[in-house]
Design a protein around this ligand. Structure first.
Ligand SMILES: Cc1cc2nc3c(=O)[nH]c(=O)nc-3n(C[C@H](O)[C@H](O)[C@H](O)COP(=O)(O)OP(=O)(O)OC[C@H]3O[C@@H](n4cnc5c(N)ncnc54)[C@H](O)[C@@H]3O)c2cc1C
Ligand code: FES
Length: 509
C-alpha cells in the first residue's frame, strides 16, 4: 500500500474543516484528492501528514498523538507531525506533510510540502570512517541513520549474507505463506545504498576485529580500517542435536535463503512437523497451513509460548492454531528424524516430509569474544550502547544493555529493538551521548491475530487479564514485586501504545 492511498473516508480537507471541530491532539482522517491525510491540532497550529504508515501501511488515525508526534498502532513507528520525519523504527521513511492554511475559523489543506533537506554534519569529533558488521535490522538502520543525520564520512556495511538487508520478520509470515511479493522483502534497493554512499558489501564475512589497529580483518584476508565500529552480527538458529537433524528436509529459518528453501520444500511436501512452539515455529506453522500442508507442532512445554506470554495467551495461541488445523504434541521432544517421519520422546512417530526446527537462536558473539569485549549473555554495552572497548558499539540481538526500568542488563531478540538500537548507536558514534531507553516492543502474527508485547518480563508473580482471550480481545499485564513489567495485547493496538507510553513516562519520572 502506498503512503497516501485513499482508504480515506472523512472530509475533503481541501474544502476546509471547522477549527472548532478539531480537538487538540485527536487526529482527524480526511482526504485531499485521492490522498488520505491526517489532520492534528497542536496548540495554535494545525498539522497535516499522510495518513498511512510507511512501514506496512498501518492506519495512523488509529494511533496516538504524543506531543508533536504520532505513533502507529500496528508496530509502534513514530513520526514527527511537524516535519513528517520518521523518529522511531520500524518505519524507515518519513511521511509526506501537507501545507495547511487557517482562515475564517477553518483549516484548509493544500499541496504536499517537500521534505526538509538534511544539512551535512560538520565539526570536530566525528569519526572519519564507520564500519558496520552485520547487514540485518540493526546494521541497516545504523547505516541509514548516519546518512540521515548528515554524516558525510565513509560508511561500510558488511554482511556475511549474500542477500541484501531484508525484512526478516516477514520471512516466517506473509512471504512464507505466499501472500507477500518478493520485492517487499529487501529493506532497500541497491540504488538506495548507492545514492546514499553506503558501501554495502554482501557475502563479506568479518573474520576478526583488531581493536589495537582499529581495523577488521575479512575472511579473504584483507583488512578494513575504522574509526568507529558497530557490531550487529545478530543471531543464528540453534540446531537440533538428534539423529537425522542434518537431513536435507530438516530446516531452520533465519535468512532469506532459508525461507526460499522452505518454500521450495513446502511445494513438494504434504506433511510438516514443526519442532518448537516458539514465535517463529508457530508463525511457520500458520504459513504452511496457508500453503495447504498438514502441520504438527512438537514442543516440551504444556502450552505454546507460555514461558513468555503466560497460560491465558498460551491457550489462546493454541486454540487459534487448532482452529486452523494444526495438531499439537506438547510435553514431548523430537528424538530422531528420518526421511519420512519424526520420532518423539513419547515413542510416537509422526509422518513428515518436511521438518522445521524452531528451538531458538544463539547470539553471534564469536567476533566480540575474540576481540576481548566484555560479555554477559551477549555483548555487554552501556546505556549508550558502547562496548567495553571505546569506539566499538553493539546493537541488536547480540547486545546486552542496562534496562532503565528494571535496572538489570537485558538482551532481547526483537526487530524493532534492533533497529532502534542501530539508530541510537549510529548517533552515539557521531558523539551524541544518547541513552538507549526505548521500551522493548515486539509483535507476532498468527493468521489474522497479532499479539503485541511491550516491556520485558523474564519472570512474574501475577498476570492480570482484561478482556477475553477466547475472543482475541485482551490485555495481559505481567507483574513482579508490585511492578508492572510488561503488557501483551491481542486485538487492542491502542492499549499496547498506551502501555508503551506509560512505561516511558514511568522511566522518565
Ligand atoms: C523468521 C523470523 C521472524 C521474526 N519475526 C519477528 C517479529 O515478528 N517481531 C520481532 O520483533 N522480531 C522478529 N524476529 C527477530 C528479528 O528479526 C531479530 O531480532 C532482528 O533481525 C535482529 O537484528 P540484528 O540486526 O541484531 O540481527 P540480524 O537481523 O540477524 O542481522 C545480523 C547480520 O549480521 C551478519 N553477520 C553475522 N556475522 C557476521 C560476520 N562475521 N561478518 C559479517 N556479517 C555477519 C548476518 O549475515 C546478518 O546480515 C524474527 C526473526 C526471524 C528469523
Ligand atoms: S505499519 Fe506502522 S509500524 Fe508497522
Amino acid at each position: 500500500m502506498s503512503e497516501g492511498s485513499p482508504e480515506s473516508s472523512g472530509p475533503d480537507l481541501a474544502q476546509g474543516i471547522a477549527l472548532e471541530g478539531l480537538a487538540a491532539g485527536i487526529p482527524v482522517l480526511g482526504h485531499v484528492g485521492d490522498q488520505a491525510v491526517l489532520l492534528v491540532r497542536r496548540d495554535a497550529d494545525v498539522l497535516a501528514v499522510a495518513a498511512t504508515c510507511t512501514h506496512y501501511g498501518g492506519p495512523l488515525a488509529d494511533g496516538i498523538v504524543v506531543g508533536d508526534t504520532i505513533r502507529c498502532p500496528w508496530h509502534h513507528a513514530c513520526f514527527s507531525l511537524r516535519t513528517g520525519a520518521v523518529l522511531r523504527a520500524p518505519a524507515l521513511d518519513g511521511l509526506t506533510r501537507w501545507r495547511v492554511e487557517q482562515r475564517d475559523g477553518m483549516a484548509f489543506v493544500h499541496e504536499p510540502l517537500p521534505a526538509e533537506p538534511q544539512p551535512a554534519l560538520k565539526g570536530a569529533g566525528l569519526p572519519g570512517s564507520v564500519v558496520i558488521i552485520g547487514g540485518g535490522a540493526a546494521g541497516n538502520a545504523a547505516a541509514e541513520c548516519l546518512r540521515r543525520e548528515g554524516y558525510a564520512g565513509s560508511v561500510a556495511l558488511l554482511s556475511a549474507d549474500e542477500a541484501p538487508p531484508c525484512d526478516r520478520p516477514n520471512l516466517s509470515k506473509d512471504y512464507l505463506a505466499g501472500t507477500a511479493q518478493e520485492d517487499w522483502i529487501p529493506l532497500r534497493s541497491p540504488e538506495f545504498y548507492a545514492k546514499h554512499g553506503i558501501d554495502l558489501r554482501l557475502g563479506t564475512r568479518v573474520a576478526a576485529i583488531e581493536p589495537g589497529q582499529r581495523a577488521v580483518r575479512l575472511s579473504d584476508g584483507s583488512r578494513l580500517p575504522y574509526e568507529a565500529l558497530l557490531l550487529a552480527t545478530g543471531a543464528e538458529s540453534i540446531r537440533l542435536a538428534v539423529p537425522g537433524a542434518d537431513l536435507p528436509h530438516a530446516r531452520v529459518l533465519r535468512t532469506l535463503a532459508d525461507s526460499r528453501a522452505l518454500i521450495a520444500g513446502a511445494a513438494a511436501a504434504k506433511r510438516c512437523v514443526v519442532i518448537g512452539a516458539s514465535f517463529i515455529g508457530l508463525e511457520v506453522a500458520a504459513s504452511l497451513r496457508a500453503r495447504g500442508l498438514a502441520v504438527h507442532v512438537v514442543a516440551p512445554e504444556a502450552r505454546p509460548m507460555e514461558r513468555v506470554m503466560g497460560p491465558a495467551i498460551g491457550d489462546m495461541v493454541r486454540a487459534i492454531h487448532e482452529q486452523h488445523g494444526v495438531v499439537f504434541h506438547l510435553g514431548a521432544t523430537a528424538t530422531a528424524i528420518d526421511e519420512a517421519s519424526v520420532t518423539l520422546s513419547t515413542g510416537e512417530r509422526i509422518a513428515a516430509d518436511l521438518v522445521v526446527v524452531g528451538i531458538g537462536v544463539r547470539p553471534s558473539t564469536a567476533l566480540a569474544e575474540q576481540a576481548g569485549l566484555a560479555m554477559d549473555r551477549g555483548v555487554l554495552v552501556d546505556e549508550f550502547l558502547q562496548t567495553s572497548v571505546p569506539g566499538i558499539f553493539a546493537a541488536g540481538d547480540i547486545a546486552c544493555w542496562p534496562d532503565r526500568r528494571t535496572g538489570s542488563p537485558i538482551r532481547v531478540e526483537h526487530w524493532v529493538v534492533a533497529e532502534r538500537q542501530g539508530q541510537v548507536a549510529a548517533r552515539n558514534m557521531l558523539g551524541r551521548r544518547e541513552r538507549f531507553d526505548a521500551v522493548p516492543f515486539f509483535w507476532s502474527q498468527h493468521y489474522d491475530t497479532t499479539i503485541s508485547y511491550v516491556g520485558h518480563a523474564e519472570q512474574w508473580d501475577r498476570i492480570e487479564i482484561d478482556g477475553d482471550p477466547a475472543a482475541r480481545d485482551c490485555t495481559a499485564s505481567f507483574w513482579h514485586g508490585g511492578k508492572k513489567l510488561a503488557v501483551a495485547t491481542a486485538g487492542r493496538d491502542r492499549a499496547s501504545l498506551e502501555a508503551e507510553l506509560a512505561f516511558e513516562r514511568e522511566t522518565a519520572a
